[in-house]
Design a binder for this molecule. Structure first.
Ligand SMILES: NC(=O)C1=CN([C@@H]2O[C@H](COP(=O)(O)OP(=O)(O)OC[C@H]3O[C@@H](n4cnc5c(N)ncnc54)[C@H](O)[C@@H]3O)[C@@H](O)[C@H]2O)[C@@H](O)CC1
Ligand SMILES: [K+]
Length: 476
């Protein structure tokens, strides 16, 4: 099942649709506060907890948590940002149900406390934290107080993961119904700690109407080989290699085969053929030229170009020839940077059959340095180029020109190692060869790549991922 991610506006719509269907907003808030209180009893030390309530509904959730914790005999200290009389709607109702003392938020609100519930701002954050709100958030860090954030750590933008002013390094975050992009994108994700998603009574059926376009990337293993199948039915990946760095092409071809492609061919310059043939017994090795002849075999149904191709006019021309075949293709590394001086030449040839897999530097060489979250940058690049964009990083994003996006949330930092990107290009190529549509191949490929890295463990190098792709649990 896809793990949808809701923007702040979509979440407000989910709330509104639920309330319109007859489920009172106060019940949503009661359920939200209950989930927070439960998490507090699980992970905070049994010491006085400072509950920092803001002026909106996030603060309302805090008042509920305060009441439920106090009822269980938990010592709490409730501090409010702003005037109690200014609270509105359900937040005002929950503040009224809290019968204990409420102090004005100050640095002293943390005194004598062994933990914090951060209910200052959630979805309604509209500007950077400043004044006492920012001072208190920063003081939490200085005192190293274990903190649970309600919905998001206050200061984290739910849509972009950007930090507006400041945000506490939370032990845990309790959010509602579905995660938001800000929980998955950096730097926000690093502030959240352990994220739990609480069911507060919003039915899944609201998603039909909302139709969210963003989700977490899911690792979907390719279908198991059929008993009556043969290797050509499992697809044939063509990896177009360059002269010097044949290792990149070898990693891509091996990964494509491990992920289930029936065959892989490396096409390389004449002088490298002998050494490739000596080291890659199971991969077909063929001459790069004549290039038209190489592309003329339609059984080579997915093409990977770029890893080790070399930045040159020839690589650019070959990339355009690959795109002209109308076959699914992965464009990585040099096949992107070779268009540095004429990106429009590349964009004019692209379609959603192509998956572009730039890291930040390669991205900048095509699109310039653009502000915004990785999600925003990937979405913009997909729209501008017309291709599927996979923008690599600690929070890899896959974007389709039609607006759909996926975020990889659990790839380990160990993946930042030489050759890792070549393996990714090979995995995606292997999935394309087996018939997955490019957007799905890119999203699932990136998630599978993360899984391979996790299974390889600490100290891994790119070659180790080939072993991960053989572990039975990889395909579970
Ligand atoms: N029915 C609902 O809508 C539900 C909402 N819930 C909670 O409600 C939250 C959203 O509530 P709201 O929309 O009221 O938004 P918030 O509670 O996040 O905050 C909105 C208020 O903060 C002020 N504000 C924003 N940024 C500020 C800043 N930097 N400095 C000072 N003031 C600032 C705004 O002017 C507004 O008064 C969610 O995050 C969630 O915790 C939950 O109770 C579940 C149900
Ligand atoms: K919060």
């Amino acid at each position: 099942m896809a793990q949808e991610l809701l923007t702040v506006a979509e979440m407000a719509r989910a709330d509104a649709l639920t309330i319109a269907s007859g489920f009172a907003g106060e019940h949503l808030m009661e359920a939200a506060g209950w989930a927070v209180a439960r998490q507090a009893t699980r992970i905070l030390p049994r010491r006085r907890v400072a509950i920092l309530c803001g002026p909106g509904n996030n603060g309302g959730d805090g008042f509920v948590a305060a009441r439920l914790l106090a009822r269980r005999g938990w010592p709490v200290r409730v501090a409010l940002l702003g005037e109690r009389g200014q609270l509105r709607g359900d937040a005002a109702l929950m503040a009224a149900r809290w019968t204990g003392p409420v102090e004005t938020l100050s640095l002293r609100s943390l005194d004598g406390c062994g933990g914090v519930i951060d209910a200052l701002f959630g979805a309604g954050l509209s500007r950077p934290l400043n004044g006492i709100a920012r001072d208190v958030i920063e003081e939490i860090g200085r005192r190293r107080l274990p903190t649970i954030a309600i919905d998001v750590p206050s200061g984290v933008d739910g849509d972009s993961g950007e930090i507006l002013g400041a945000a506490a390094d939370c032990l845990a975050t309790v959010t509602f119904f579905r995660k938001k992009p800000g929980h998955c994108l950096l730097p926000g994700r690093l502030k959240c700690g352990v994220i739990t998603v609480a069911d507060i009574g919003i039915p899944d059926s609201v998603l039909t109407e909302i139709a969210p376009k963003t989700a977490e990337a899911m690792a979907v293993p390719p279908p198991a080989p059929k008993v009556d199948g043969h290797k050509y039915r499992r697809g044939h990946v063509l990896v177009v290699a360059g002269g010097s760095m044949t290792g990149a092409a070898r990693l891509a071809a091996l990964a494509a085969r491990r992920i289930g492609a029936g065959l892989a061919t490396i096409a390389a310059p004449a002088e490298t053929l002998a050494s490739l043939r000596a080291t890659e017994p199971g991969t077909l090795i063929t001459a790069l030229e004549p290039f038209e002849l190489l592309l003329s075999d339609p059984r080579r149904n997915a093409i990977v170009i770029g890893p080790g191709a070399g930045r040159s006019a020839e690589t650019a021309d070959r990339t355009l020839a690959v795109l002209a075949t109308g076959r699914a293709a992965v464009l990585d590394a040099d096949s992107l940077t070779s268009f540095r001086d004429a990106p429009n030449r590349l964009f004019a040839a692209l379609s959603p059959l192509a998956v572009l897999t730039p890291h930040d530097g390669e991205y900048t060489s095509l699109f310039g340095s653009i502000e915004g979250s990785r999600l925003a940058r990937a979405r913009m690049a997909a729209a501008r180029s017309g291709a599927v964009m996979l923008l690599k990083g600690p929070d890899t994003v896959i974007a389709h020109p039609d607006g759909r996006t996926r975020i990889v949330t659990d790839a380990p930092p160990d993946l930042a190692t030489a050759g890792s990107g070549d393996v990714l290009a090979g995995i995606i190529g292997g999935l394309l060869a087996q018939g997955l549509p490019p957007f799905e191949a890119a999203a699932s490929g990136a998630a599978l790549h993360g899984r391979a890295g996790r299974l390889a463990g600490r100290g891994m190098i790119a070659e180790d991922m080939m072993e991960s792709l053989r572990i039975p649990s990889f395909f579970a």
